[in-house]
Design a protein. Structure first.
Length: 161
């Protein structure tokens, strides 16, 4: 399910189709973990022009989660949109891996969030971007984003539009 205005729904649908056609394994992982993609805006102050968030806390209670994505997807390439979805899907995968390693226990935050988890998710995202044929400069820029430590930005999260 995709929740947002018409442009958002079209932009996300295009990205999902690209993942499905060019990286079916990534698409299958997304289908396994993500039940809903929602247009939303961060309340955190961030230098990033585009951001998303995987609500991993849902995974403690449900088989899938929601991914929150800034609403202006038409401003970035289809490959970048697909990469963002892959990145957030990988957060959910990290959560599930930690959950399986320690059944019945609370999943520690650092298993799916924080600097190490972000480095894994960015590496996965860049691998997907390469497979999708994204330009080298945008992949390089993504790899450099870790230096901004966006996950430490002040604020309380996201507002659903």
């Amino acid at each position: 399910m995709i929740i947002g205005d018409g442009g958002f729904v079209r932009g996300i649908t295009e990205a999902l189709e690209l993942l499905k056609n060019k990286t079916p394994d990534v698409y299958a992982l997304l289908q396994k973990h993500v039940g809903c993609i929602v247009s939303s805006k961060p309340t955190r102050v961030s230098k990033q022009t585009f951001a998303a968030c995987c609500i991993t806390s849902f995974l403690a209670l449900a088989p899938t989660t929601a991914v929150l994505v800034r609403p202006y997807v038409s401003e970035i390439s289809i490959e970048q949109r697909a990469g963002i979805l892959a990145h957030e899907t990988y957060h959910a995968e990290l959560y599930r891996l930690a959950q399986r390693r320690n059944p019945g226990q609370k999943v520690p935050d650092d298993a799916y969030a924080g600097e190490y988890a972000e480095s894994l998710c960015v590496a996965y995202q860049c691998k997907v971007l390469r497979r999708l044929g994204a330009d080298v400069f945008s992949i390089y820029r993504m790899e450099r984003h870790l230096e901004s430590k966006w996950w430490e930005s002040p604020g309380d999260g996201w507002d659903i539009l």
